[in-house]
Design a protein around this ligand. Structure first.
Ligand SMILES: [Zn+2]
Length: 883
C-alpha cells in the first residue's frame, strides 16, 4: 500500500456527512471507490449487489489498504465462504495475534495480576463485531458495508484515525450469504415489473430463513456456528451489534438499550453499557440530522437465541433495526401510517424518541446513512471508553467466577448414564462449542444427596461464561414486568423456554451446595472425550430410548442391512432394551461402526437374534409439505430429516392436484402452517384471506380438489402426520367423491384453541407437561411423562366417531403442574386435554400433534413421537397395532 498525504483542508471535509453517500469522500490512490467496483453508488434506489460482488470489493480493499484484513471464517450451509473484515489502524492490523491474545486473557482469566491487567488495558484494543443483514430481506446493512469500509479506510480525519487506533472493527459483511444471493436475484428478477419487491417464494437460507436468529443457543446451522465461534472461542470481541431492519411504518431506527423485560442472569454493568452505546448513537445520529431514532422500545432483551446471545458470554451485545424499504425500491409513508411498539406509547416526541420522523419518501440510501453513522458512533464510543471497556471485560469475568463460588447453584452435573445417550453426547459437544468449561468426575461421589458416578460431566458455575451455563441448564421463569403498576403485563417477544436438558430429555442435576473436595475430583474434559468405544459387531441392538438409534436404523436401511423393531422387551448384555428397539443384522461390521459413530449410540451385541421377537421395518416414502411463504417450520423439518439422513420429497400445496399420492408416498407430513396458506396460498383466515407480497404464481394452495386427493389417499390406506396449525386442515366437514358417490364426514376431533385463547389461555412457546399412553407403538422409547413445546394452539378435543373412523388419545396435557419451563396464562385450560391423537379413516390413519415435536430443532425430547409415527414396524402398522 502506497503512503499518502491529504491536504489539511481535506481532512475537515472528509468527515462532514453530506446528503450524498460517498461523493464527499476524497479519492485515495489505489483504494477502489465503491462505485468504481459496483458500477453504482451502493444504497442507490433500485440497485443491489450480490454476495460475491461484495466479497470481491472487500478483497480489493484488503489488497489496497494496510488497514483492512479479510479473514475467512467458515462456510454457509450452501457452501459459500464466510468472512470477517478486520478494519483498524495499520499497526493494529499487523498486531492482530497479540491483540487476540489480550482479548482472550481479559475474557477468560479471572486471576490476572493487577499489573498485567493494567498492561492489557493500555496495550489492548476494543474489538467491535458487527454482523450485517442476517435476515436477507433486510438488505441495507450489507449494501452499506462497502461505504462503511471505504469511509473508515480513507478518512483523513485525525479523530477517526485516533478511534481506529483504539478500536478494531470486525465486520461480518453478510451473516447469511446464501440468503443474500437468493433475495438479490429475486429482486432483480421482478425489478421494473408490476411485481417489483415481490417476496422470495421460499426461506432465504438453506433451511431456516428468518429463524437463523433463533439458533444461537442450539447452534444447528453452519453459519450460526461460524458467527458464534467469533465470540465463543476465537476473537472474544468486547462489543457486538447485529444489524437488522424492521417494517416500514415504525420508527426509522431502533438503537439500544432494549425495553423490558431483560434477562435476569446478565450482569448489571453490561446493561449500563448497552445504554452508553445506544444513547451515544441516538445523540450522534440526531446531531447528524437524522430524525426518527428511538430506543427502549419494541425489542426486549430477555430471550437468548439471537446473535445477541453473546451477552451471556459477557459481550456488550446489541441490536439496531432500521425501517425498511421494499428491498431497494423506495416507499412513501403517510404520517397516519406511522406507528410505535412496546415501550413507546405514542408516535410522538418522547424521552426515548426525541425527534420523530414526519413521513414521506424513504429510501435504501436513507438506511445506508443510518448504518454508516451508527457504525462510526459505535467506534467512537468504543474509543472514548477503551480502557473502561477492557477493564469491564475482565471485571465481569472475575465477577462471574466469584458469583459461581458464592451463589447457588454451584454445579450442573450431567450423568453419563442416560436413557438417551445420543442427546447427552450432543449436549456435551454443544456446550464445548459454546466455550463452556466442562469437567469429568474421576470417582464416584455423593453430593447434595445425589449419587454421582465416575465419568459424569460437571459444569461448575465458577467460570467466565457462568450466565450462559445457568441460563441454558436451568428451567425458565419469565420475569413478569408491567407497563404500569398492576397494569398490563409486558408479553414476551419470542418463546420463553430453552433449557437444554429439559428440551433434550437429558437428565441433569442442579447442585446447590458447594463442596471443595468434590472439586478436587474433577478433571478438565479434553477435546478427545468420547464415551463410546469401537469394534462393535453385528447383529446389534440399538435402544429405542436413544434418538440416535433412529438414525442408526435409517443408515442401516439405506445400506441394505436388515432392520427390525423389537415387539417384546429384551435384555442384552445386562441392559434392558424396550419394545421398539432396533435390531440391525448383516455382516458389514465396518459399516456398523460408522453407524455407531454417526448415531452417537452404543448398541448391544445380539448372540441369537432369532430368539428376539421383532418385526421388520422399512424406509417410508415421505412427502414433506412446504408452502412458498417463508415456511420456517417446514425448513426446520427438512433440516431435521437431513441431519438424520432421512430421504423425503418436498411437495408444495399447489402440486397436490396432480400428485399420485398413493403411488408415490406412504406418509404425507404437514409441519405447522396455517390452513389458509395450505388451501389458498393466501395468509389471513380461509374465509377472510389477505393479500401477500408474493408473485401470483406462488399465491396458490391445494384447493378443494387437492384436499380431496389427500383425503382419498388416507381413505385408501395412506398416512398423514400433522402438527400445530396445519391440523386445522382436517377439522370441519370434509368430503371425498368416487365416481358418483360423494361421502361427507367429520373426523372425530375438533380444535378448541381459538375459544381457549378468547378465554385467556396464553402459551407463547413454553414447555408443558404431557402424560403419554404407555406400551404403544407411537410412544415407544418415551417416558410416561414428557415436556412438550407448545404455543397455545391448537387445543384438541375428541368425539365418538361414526362409520369407518376411530381415534385414540396418545398423549394428554397433565391434570396439574402443567407449566414446566417458560410462561403461560390460564394454563389450567389445558388440564387433561388431548395433546397428541391418532385418527383412523377408512384404511388409513393420521397422527396429529397440538405441539411442535421438532420445534426449531430444539425439542429433542419429543423427536421420538415423530419418528415412531414414521417408522412403525410391520406388526404395529395399521389399526391392529393400535390399542
Ligand atoms: Zn432482522
Amino acid at each position: 500500500m502506497k503512503k499518502f498525504r491529504i491536504p489539511a483542508l481535506c481532512l475537515i471535509l472528509v468527515f462532514i456527512i453530506t446528503g450524498t453517500l460517498s461523493a464527499d469522500l476524497s479519492a485515495q490512490p489505489g483504494i477502489p471507490k465503491p462505485e468504481e467496483h459496483f458500477g453504482f453508488v451502493p444504497g442507490s434506489d433500485y440497485m443491489l449487489f450480490n454476495y460475491e460482488e461484495l466479497i470481491d470489493y472487500l478483497m480489493k480493499l484488503d489488497k489496497a489498504s494496510p488497514m483492512v484484513r479479510l479473514v475467512e471464517n467458515g462456510q454457509s450451509p450452501m457452501g459459500k465462504k464466510m468472512y470477517i473484515a478486520f478494519i483498524s489502524s495499520e499497526k493494529n492490523i499487523n498486531n492482530l495475534d497479540r491483540l487476540k491474545e489480550i482479548n482472550r486473557e481479559l475474557a477468560l482469566n479471572p486471576n490476572l495480576p493487577d499489573a498485567k491487567r493494567e498492561e492489557y488495558f493500555k496495550d489492548g484494543k476494543v474489538f467491535f463485531l458487527a454482523t450485517l443483514s442476517m435476515h436477507s430481506t433486510e438488505v441495507a446493512p450489507s449494501q452499506a458495508a462497502p461505504l462503511i469500509a471505504y469511509k473508515l479506510v480513507t478518512s483523513g480525519d485525525p479523530l477517526v484515525r485516533k478511534y481506529l487506533d483504539d478500536v478494531v472493527y470486525l465486520m461480518v459483511p453478510n451473516h447469511n450469504p446464501d440468503g443474500m444471493d437468493m433475495v438479490v436475484e429475486n429482486y432483480k428478477k421482478y425489478k421494473g415489473t408490476q411485481y417489483e419487491g415481490a417476496s422470495l417464494p421460499s426461506v432465504y437460507h438453506k433451511y431456516v430463513g428468518h429463524d437463523n436468529n433463533r439458533d444461537f443457543v442450539t447452534l444447528t446451522q453452519e453459519d450460526t456456528r461460524a458467527i458464534a465461534r467469533i465470540y465463543n472461542l476465537d476473537w472474544f470481541p468486547q462489543v457486538m451489534i447485529e444489524k437488522h431492519q424492521m417494517g416500514s411504518t415504525s420508527i426509522r431506527y431502533f438503537v439500544p438499550p432494549a425495553t423490558d423485560p431483560i434477562a435476569e442472569n446478565i450482569d448489571a454493568e453490561l446493561w449500563t453499557w448497552t445504554g452508553v452505546f445506544g444513547t451515544n448513537m441516538l445523540r450522534d445520529l440526531t446531531n447528524a440530522g437524522l430524525p426518527g431514532v428511538g430506543q427502549k422500545t419494541i425489542y426486549d432483551d430477555y430471550w437468548p437465541g439471537s446473535t445477541e446471545t453473546c451477552i451471556w458470554k459477557n459481550v456488550i451485545g446489541m441490536l439496531t433495526e432500521a425501517a425498511s424499504v421494499r428491498d431497494a425500491s423506495p416507499v412513501y409513508i403517510e404520517p397516519n401510517e406511522l406507528q410505535t411498539g412496546k415501550g413507546l406509547s405514542e408516535y410522538e416526541k418522547s424521552i426515548s424518541f426525541p425527534l420523530p420522523w414526519k413521513g414521506g419518501w424513504w429510501r435504501l440510501g436513507d438506511i445506508a446513512k443510518l448504518e454508516i453513522e451508527s457504525t462510526f458512533s459505535t467506534i467512537k464510543t468504543a474509543s472514548l471508553y477503551k480502557n473502561d471497556i477492557l477493564k469491564f471485560r475482565n471485571d465481569i469475568c472475575r465477577r462471574e467466577v466469584e458469583k459461581g463460588k458464592t451463589e447457588p447453584p454451584y454445579y450442573y452435573v450431567v450423568p453419563q448414564d442416560q436413557a438417551d445417550q445420543s442427546e447427552m453426547i450432543s449436549l456435551v459437544e454443544l456446550m464445548k462449542e459454546h466455550g463452556v468449561n466442562a469437567f469429568r468426575l474421576t470417582e464416584n461421589y455423593t453430593l447434595g444427596g445425589i449419587n454421582l458416578k465416575t465419568g459424569d460431566i460437571v459444569y461448575p458455575l465458577a467460570q467466565p461464561f457462568r450466565a450462559f451455563v445457568k441460563e441454558v441448564m436451568e428451567k425458565q421463569d419469565y420475569p413478569v414486568r408491567r407497563f404500569t403498576p398492576g397494569g398490563e403485563i409486558m408479553r414476551p417477544y419470542d418463546v420463553t423456554s430453552w433449557s437444554l436438558p429439559l428440551h433434550r430429555g437429558v437428565l441433569s442435576h442442579e447442585i446447590k451446595t458447594r463442596d471443595i473436595s468434590f472439586e478436587a475430583k474433577l478433571k478438565p474434559l479434553t477435546g478427545t472425550w468420547y464415551p463410546i468405544g469401537e469394534g462393535f459387531k453385528l447383529p446389534a441392538l440399538f435402544p429405542v430410548t436413544s434418538n440416535g438409534s433412529f438414525k442408526a436404523a435409517i443408515l442401516a436401511m439405506k445400506n441394505d442391512l436388515k432392520v427390525s423393531r423389537l415387539t417384546q422387551e429384551a435384555t442384552i448384555n445386562g441392559r434392558v432394551c424396550d419394545k421398539g428397539s432396533f435390531l440391525i443384522q448383516g455382516s458389514d461390521n465396518e459399516l456398523l461402526n460408522t453407524i455407531v459413530k454417526e448415531s452417537k449410540t452404543e448398541p448391544g451385541y445380539v448372540q441369537d437374534p432369532g430368539k428376539l421377537a421383532s418385526a421388520p421395518v422399512t424406509l417410508p416414502r415421505l412427502a414433506l409439505v412446504e408452502t412458498y411463504f417463508s415456511d420456517m417450520d417446514a425448513g426446520w423439518t427438512r433440516y431435521l430429516f437431513d441431519s438424520y439422513q432421512l430421504p423425503y420429497t418436498v411437495l408444495h400445496p399447489d402440486e397436490f392436484e396432480k400428485t399420485d399420492f398413493t403411488g408415490q408416498f406412504d406418509v404425507v407430513i404437514f409441519p405447522g402452517t396455517s390452513k389458509a396458506l395450505l388451501m389458498n396460498g393466501k395468509p389471513g383466515s380461509e374465509t377472510a384471506p389477505s393479500m401477500s407480497n408474493y408473485h401470483p404464481d406462488y399465491q396458490k394452495g391445494m384447493g378443494k380438489k387437492g384436499l380431496e386427493k389427500l383425503l382419498l389417499f388416507v381413505n385408501d390406506g395412506g398416512k398423514i402426520i400433522s402438527w400445530g396449525q396445519s391440523t386445522d386442515l382436517f377439522t370441519g366437514m370434509l368430503e371425498i367423491t368416487r365416481g358418483d358417490a360423494k361421502e361427507e364426514f367429520m373426523l372425530p376431533f375438533t380444535n378448541a384453541g381459538d375459544q381457549a385463547r378468547r378465554d385467556g389461555l396464553l402459551v407463547p412457546g413454553s414447555l408443558v407437561r404431557m402424560q403419554l399412553k404407555q406400551d404403544h407403538p407411537l410412544t415407544w422409547g418415551m417416558p410416561a411423562e414428557a415436556g412438550v413445546f407448545y404455543r397455545g394452539n391448537p387445543l384438541f378435543n375428541t368425539s365418538v366417531p361414526r362409520f369407518d373412523m376411530d381415534r385414540r388419545v396418545i398423549g394428554s396435557f397433565s391434570e396439574k403442574d402443567i407449566l414446566i419451563s417458560g410462561y403461560s396464562e390460564k394454563e389450567e385450560k389445558l388440564s387433561e386435554m388431548p395433546a397428541m391423537i391418532w385418527i383412523k379413516k377408512g384404511k388409513g390413519e393420521m397422527i396429529l400433534y397440538s405441539f411442535n415435536p421438532q420445534f426449531r430443532a430444539s425439542t429433542q425430547a419429543t423427536y421420538k413421537l415423530l419418528f415412531n409415527a414414521l417408522f412403525p414396524s410391520a406388526e404395529a402398522n395399521g389399526s391392529e397395532g393400535i390399542n
